[in-house]
Design a binder for this molecule. Structure first.
Ligand code: ASP
Length: 374
């Protein structure tokens, strides 16, 4: 699609004068219409990795926003957005093409590898991904990859490509602009959805249906309006993020992490579930009823089950403080860990990574203390 009449701008505050200044995205873009070979050579190189999701889906008719299926390649997605050749040079690759409920260790591995490889030669990376488990992948990637200055921008959509007012093309277009923008450097893993830019580490899907599906209590980092990228803060990465260095032999094609299951607590929660699940896994995460609350009989079971048990929470917001763990006996280092700010699915990822590195209980607690748990 031709797109001749725009210019991407970043608005940033001039810290010395406290005035707002308008900057062109970069000098090359200002004169991009002339497209001299020299200026084109300086355009940022962006790698786009396709994994599927609603953004790559088709429904039966334009009013359907459910019951659709993944049916578009990353190339077809790119065909639906305006010409970006004045903004960046792109290369794209289809890593997989699935609904994000199917993202497993082997898909995660190809995403990890795709990003790690692209970091060597590209200035920015965009990953299209289903929104349902997008926050798990962004949390995983931010926990395992130090991208330095290179922005890693995840993007999806809530409406399939066939729907009236599909949000996918605009979301993808914005994600590419964000990845190409020098103001995005040094911000790690980002999520670009519904005109909002947020930190991948903190993003959570909070609405199963609406376009405004992600809510970030730690705050949005920026906004995209009419070809302008507005960052609210200078480049910053989550202070709490623990970086794991994954050790992999060259012949592997999938991760093999220890198994961690999540249990969802409720009134009359049966303590026997703990034993039942513990037989099939290396660690447990419990979505407790409040900030770590479980019936006494369940607490007692958790303290003696012999594998790490992370106390997370059902509540979308807030945290589980260490002080709410069942009282440990002074002479023993107990296996129960507070999740801090992490929800159950992110706690599961962090516990798996700790177990993969064969961390002791006290080391696991140390890692979780980064998110104010432990
Ligand atoms: N079912 C979709 C997925 O792949 C939802 C979405 O992408 O919005 O997660």
């Amino acid at each position: 699609m031709p797109n001749d009449d725009f210019e991407i701008k970043t608005i940033s505050s001039d810290v010395n004068t406290h005035q707002f200044i308008l900057e062109a995205h970069n000098d090359d873009l200002k004169c991009a219409g002339e497209n001299s070979k020299k200026s084109r050579g300086k355009l940022p190189k962006i790698k786009i990795l396709g994994t599927g999701g609603t953004i790559a889906s088709k429904g039966a008719c334009s009013s359907h926003t459910a019951g659709y299926h993944v049916d578009l390649t990353i190339q077809e997605l790119l065909d639906a957005i305006p010409d970006i050749s004045r903004i960046c040079e792109i290369e794209y690759e289809q890593l997989c093409n699935v609904d994000s409920k199917e993202i497993d260790e082997s898909a995660l591995y190809s995403i990890y590898k795709g990003i790690a490889d692209a970091l060597q030669t590209f200035d920015g990376i965009v990953i299209t991904h289903g929104t349902d488990t997008l926050a798990e992948t962004t949390f995983f990637v931010d926990s395992c990859i130090d991208s330095g200055d290179v922005p890693i921008v995840f993007v999806g959509s809530m409406r399939p490509s066939t729907s009236i007012s599909a949000d996918g093309p605009m979301n993808l277009y914005q994600a590419i602009c964000i990845a190409a923008d020098k103001q995005s450097r040094g911000r790690g893993v980002l999520v670009s959805l519904n005109d909002q830019i947020s930190a991948g580490y903190y993003s959570t899907k909070t609405n199963a249906n609406t376009l405004d599906s992600f809510n970030v209590r730690q705050g949005y980092l920026g906004n995209f309006v009419n070809n302008e990228i507005h960052y609210y803060y200078p480049p910053v990465k989550p202070v709490v993020c623990h970086k794991f260095k994954l050790k992999m032999s060259p012949d592997v094609t999938s991760f093999t992490f220890p198994t961690v299951h999540i249990l969802y607590a409720h009134q009359s929660f049966s303590p026997s579930l703990i034993d039942l699940v513990a037989k099939q896994c290396d660690g447990i995460v419990i979505a407790t009823m409040g900030a770590g609350s479980l019936p006494d009989i369940v607490n007692d079971k958790c303290l003696h089950v012999g594998i790490p048990v992370v106390y997370s929470k059902r509540s979308m917001d807030g945290m589980v403080p260490r002080a709410n763990l069942p009282k440990p006996l002074p002479e023993k280092e107990y296996n129960v860990i507070a999740s801090g700010y992490l929800n159950p699915e992110k706690s599961r990822i962090l516990l798996r990574l700790c177990l993969a590195e064969k961390h002791s209980i006290s080391e696991i607690k140390e890692v979780f203390s980064g998110v104010y748990g432990g």
